[in-house]
Each structure stands twice: as C-alpha cells, then as structure tokens.
Design a protein around this ligand. Structure first.
Ligand SMILES: Cc1cc2nc3c(=O)[nH]c(=O)nc-3n(C[C@H](O)[C@H](O)[C@H](O)COP(=O)(O)O)c2cc1C
Length: 388
C-alpha cells in the first residue's frame, strides 16, 4: 500500500492547522493566529457555536444534498467565500495566487485584500477565470483609493468589499513580542526562523527577501518598497475618520456589487442596506480588532430579521466545521467567509492544501445536511436549531 502523505492524513481543519504549525516559524504563526489584547473575541468566535444544537428531521430521504448557493446574482458551488487576508506571502510564496486558483477550482468567490502580497493585476494574470472580489481599506489619500478602485475594475473584479472595522489597528501583542523594532525580529525569533529551512527557502530564499504589498507598491518609494516599510505606510494611511459619507461616496463611485464588511449592529446593517449595499459581512475581523466584541453569530438572527431577503448576509469568525457553517445558514446567513482555515491550507501545502480545506468543509456540510434531512442548503431554517 502506498504511503499516505501528511496531507492525505489530514481529517479536519484542526489537523491542517497542526501541519501549518510545523512548517511556519513562530513569528509568522503569531501573525496568522493572533487576536487582539487578551484574545477574548478570538476564543469566543469558536465557543459560540455551542449556543445552538441541531434538531434533525428523520426519514426524509435527502440522498445528495445540494450545496450550490446564489451569491450576488451568480451561483457559487458552496455557500463559502474566501475572506480577504493581508500579507499571505509571509506564509508561502505566491500564497494569494494559490488560494485564488483553489477557490476558482472549487467554484467559490475569492477576495483579495488591499494589503495582499500579490497585486490585483497578478491575480487577474495568474489566477484567471474565477469570481474575483477586491477588499478595500479606504486610505487617507483618496487619490490612491480611487486608483485602487480603477485598477480593480480594469482587472475585472465584480465585487468591492469595503472593510469598516479597521480604522484603528488592533493590538495584537502575541505578534508584537517577536519584534524588537518595526520589521526587525528579536534574536530568539531569528533562531526560530533558522529551524524552518523549508519555509525560509520558499518565502524569503534566493533574491526574494521579505514579501511586499503588491497593490501598494506603485505608491511607495523604491527605497520603502525594498526595506519592507510598506507596513508603516499602511499604518499611517488607514483613515480613522472613515464615515457613512465615505461609504455613500464609494457606492456612487463603484459600478459593481458592493459588500460592507465589519457590521455587528442591526442599525448599521439597516444603514448599509439603505445606502445601497448588496451584501454585508457580520464579523469581528477574526478577533483581531476589538477585544471583548460579540461574536457575529450572536447578532445574525436579529440582523437577518431586520434586513429581510433583499440583503445578502455573510458571516465569518471561527468557522472550522461544516456543522458551524450549517448553524450560520440556519440562522439566516447566505454564506460564510473563511480566513484562517484556508491560510492553514496554503501554509501547510500550497494550492492542494487550500483545496483540502475546502474539500473537508464541503464533505462535512454535505454530511450535516444529510443527517439533518435537508435536501438543499437554502432549506436550512431556524427550525433545525434549538438554543442550548
Ligand atoms: C492573517 C489575517 C489577515 C487578515 N487580513 C485582513 C485584511 O487584509 N482585510 C480584511 O478585511 N480582513 C482581514 N482579516 C480578517 C478576515 O477577512 C476574516 O474576517 C477573519 O479571518 C475571519 O475569521 P477566521 O480567520 O476565524 O475565519 C485577516 C485575518 C487574518 C487571520
């Protein structure tokens, strides 16, 4: 019998996470895993799913449940979307492109972050043919913001995802401890890097150096680009005065679909809807921004009731099992955005690792629907849940 590879032995997202932890040095793992302050939001995002238990129907003959879901006017093969995550090049060379290709192969939308390692144009060129969404951090320099929108449109991005919960940087201490100065690792962190030769060769080996910020490179001086000062540029450019007027202006500027990412409050969901948003993402940024925030799962049913069917509701934060996804769909979400699960995949094994994460969630969701006696994802309702 042929030997199983490490990826073949992965049974769930937690196994994939363990594989990623073996390959990636500690400072980069802290960036990937970290939450803000005491990491209460981060932990609560995982524990919140225990608030609901399933109530299955029986003897209903749901043979092969249907997972296809309409998202913003087009079918998605799964009720899943790749969440925007910045600086993925720190986990694997060309990680953004590998994730985008895996998302396209799985038939789900891919969202590129403003602070991605690959540029908008890189994705259009090297991962063509799928649903390509662009996430915008509104920068103080509105000229750059306008230019980013023009580039996204020219590259064929169908959807703009505006992130609203990052006007101030979250305090991720677990990550900061690895640095003695901006972009300068402590000695123990450097020694730890030396213990990860495969990562070192792949990510910073040869002439590669520290991964940059593909979208922002044109706005940085050549010197800032080389010295890894992109992060300082971003910190100085995030606009803490961001307001609903800015969102209205973006709605007027962007001709495609508009998604507002960063909503937890029912009143804000209604306001985004009134301003012409096509969808919203309920999120606490994966526990990385405001510590002690509610989990989006706690507010999902109220927001779904308040906004009705006309507004698509996406949700993220802590989704690691098909059962988690099913609970969100039953409470009124149209789809779930995935952050870390796909980053574990790309860090562990590149594009096949991302495909593995999506395969796991597909088969877990299929099994969950089968066991609940639900033939189609769209037919999950609150009747399938009971508050624990
Ligand atoms: C390493 C990392 C980088 C992220 N970068 C961004 C980003 O650039 N833009 C953004 O809107 N959200 C960003 N997020 C938040 C994700 O889009 C998403 O809200 C979150 O990861 C969902 O939680 P999960 O990781 O538990 O799935 C990032 C999250 C992580 C883990």
């Amino acid at each position: 019998m042929p030997c199983l590879s490490a990826l073949d032995r992965v049974l769930n997202i937690s196994d994939l996470q363990a594989l990623a932890h073996r390959r990636v040095p500690a400072f980069a793992l802290a960036y990937l895993e970290g939450g803000a302050d005491d990491q209460h939001s981060l932990a609560w995002n995982r524990n919140v799913f225990d608030n609901w238990r399933f109530l299955p129907d029986t003897l209903v003959g749901a043979a092969q449940p249907e997972l296809t879901t309409p998202l913003l006017g087009n079918p998605s093969a799964l009720p899943l979307i790749v969440a925007p995550t910045g600086f993925n090049g720190m986990l694997r060379h060309q990680a953004d492109i590998l994730i985008a290709r895996a998302a396209h192969a799985a038939g789900i939308p891919f969202t590129l972050s403003t602070v991605s390692s690959a540029s908008i144009e890189d994705i259009a060129q090297h991962a063509p043919g799928g649903r390509f969404w662009f996430q915008l951090y509104v920068l103080r320099d509105r000229g750059i913001t306008r230019d980013l929108l023009a580039r996204a449109q020219a590259a064929g991005c169908e959807t703009l995802v505006v992130t609203t919960d990052c006007a101030h940087f979250g305090n991720r201490e677990s990550e900061r401890r690895f640095f003695r100065a901006p972009m300068k690792l402590t000695l123990p962190a450097m020694l730890n890097v030396a213990c990860h030769p495969a990562w070192t060769l792949d990510v910073i080996g040869g002439s590669r150096g520290v991964p940059g910020f593909g979208n922002l490179a044109p706005y940085l001086s050549p010197e800032a680009r080389k010295s890894g000062r992109g992060a300082a540029f971003i910190a100085s450019e995030l606009d803490p005065t961001l307001s609903w007027d800015d969102l209205a202006a973006l709605r007027a500027q962007w001709p495609g679909k508009l998604v507002v990412k960063g909503i937890l409050h029912t009143a804000d969901a209604r306001r985004a809807q009134a301003l012409g948003a096509d969808a919203i993402v309920l999120t606490n940024h994966g526990g990385r921004q405001l510590d002690g925030a509610i989990s989006p799962m706690e507010t999902l049913a109220d927001i779904a009731d308040a906004c009705g069917e006309a507004l698509e509701i996406y949700i993220d934060g802590g989704f690691r099992r098909g059962t988690d996804v099913a609970k969100a769909l039953a409470l009124g979400a149209r789809a779930v955005m995935l952050g870390r699960p796909l980053l574990y995949g790309v860090a562990a094994a590149g594009q096949p690792g991302v495909a593995k994460a999506l395969d796991i969630l597909r088969s877990e969701l299929t099994r969950t629907l089968g066991l609940l006696g639900v033939p189609r994802v769209g037919e999950l309702t609150r009747a399938h849940l009971r508050a624990a």
